[in-house]
Design a protein around this ligand. Sequence first.
Ligand code: ADP
Length: 476
Amino acid sequence: MTINRQSLRVRVCILYILFTVATMIGLGGFSYWYLDRALASSRQRTMEAREDRLLQFVNSWPDSGAPVPLAKKLQQLTLAIATTDIIQLYRLDGKPVFASPGSDELKVPWPDQDCLERCYGLVRQGGHRIRTLNHVITLDGQRYRLSLSGKIDEHFDVLNAIRNSYFLVCPLMLLLSVGGGFVLSGRALEPINRISVEAQSIGIQDLKRRIPVPNTGDELQTLAETWNQLLARLEIAVERLAQFASDLSHDLSTTITIMMTTAGLALSRDRSPEEYRAALKNINIECEATAQLLDTMLAMARTDLVHQKIEWKPINLTELVIEVSRQFQPRAVLKGQTIAIEVQDEVWTNGDLSLLRRMVSILLDNAIKYTPDTGSITVSLARRDDDYELRVSDTGIGIPEHAIPRIFDRFYRVDESRPESGESNGLGLAIAKWVVEAHRSRIDVVSKPGQGSTFTVSIPQVLQTKLSETAYAQLS
Ligand code: ADP
């Protein structure tokens, strides 16, 4: 983690250095080019002004009768204006007319063009750089070639001084900005480091913890919020896994208890072959139910524990209720209890056979568990208005009023010191309620402490018409 963070920091710095170097080169190059152009055009403007001055000086010479030679006029001009520029004047055939002092040093050749418009140039001579202006002009009514030239070494001295100072200052600036960039990127990445450390300290046991969200409105806030959303999803997933394990162990312990008591009862004394066959048949049915249960649970695990596939099939509810009640009979007998079955018509509905069997088993299991020895249990199935009503009543210990709203919650147990609480884990009724709701039905309870409880499942008769539909129920 540290290496990655460092490498990110280093990568940010390298990018920063590349960007800084590119900016410096670009800016330096542009400044050099711009200054060169500015100095050159300023020099050109000066030379143009000189030419204008010359034309004006010569052409407006006062007429005093005797003609004054052109060379003399130009000599007067060079005396009148203090300039370092060299003035050379030729006839159009190339014959020199005038050359100002110092022109021996600078022999500027006439360019290949005719220069009817001003021609500018830059030539090197004797280690000097010379800016030139060549132009065909009219003086005293005649056309001449005018050549103005001047050294511009200072111009390049300025440019070189600037370039040298730039090369001197640039590495320093680069060093400073890279150092600053390294420190700043370190500071910018520090909150990410804190978030990582915080996230690393959150274990599977404390998924309820959250990362502090900075109220900055930037990417760091988004990162912290994203982490927290991830933790919330993880928390739910882990909770569901734990519930899955509990559901499985609860259901397995119920079926194993039934098988053990059936086998124990069968083996308690010598029995006829029919009685043994009946006991084995009961155990076989439980085994099948357990295998189905495992299938269901694995399917739940595969479908991320949220969706449970409901296999809708026409089911003979009467037969199912009788069959499950008979399975519980041996357990009731062991406790000296009786199970009465009251069914009138044959009731058919649509639903998932294994889930409905689990639901009836849970209600009967509870009735036996929470009814003292010699108590009685009644299972009835009847038509009422638009519903079929399945009732499981007992003469057991009952449920206190305050606990009734909570008994369908997962892991809720009324009182752990109550009889049989060792076999209880508070999941049975939660599963039963989920099965009932998956069948678009309702479960209610009426109970009085010390007198007994009645659980009523109301299954709408319209379910009967829902043939072989596959649906998904949400596991709450
Ligand atoms: P468990 O599977 O552990 O029994 P349940 O979810 O089935 O848990 O039941 C929740 C609680 O409701 C139980 O702890 C028990 O106290 C109470 N309860 C359920 N059925 C009955 C009943 N028939 N008579 C009395 N109390 C009951």
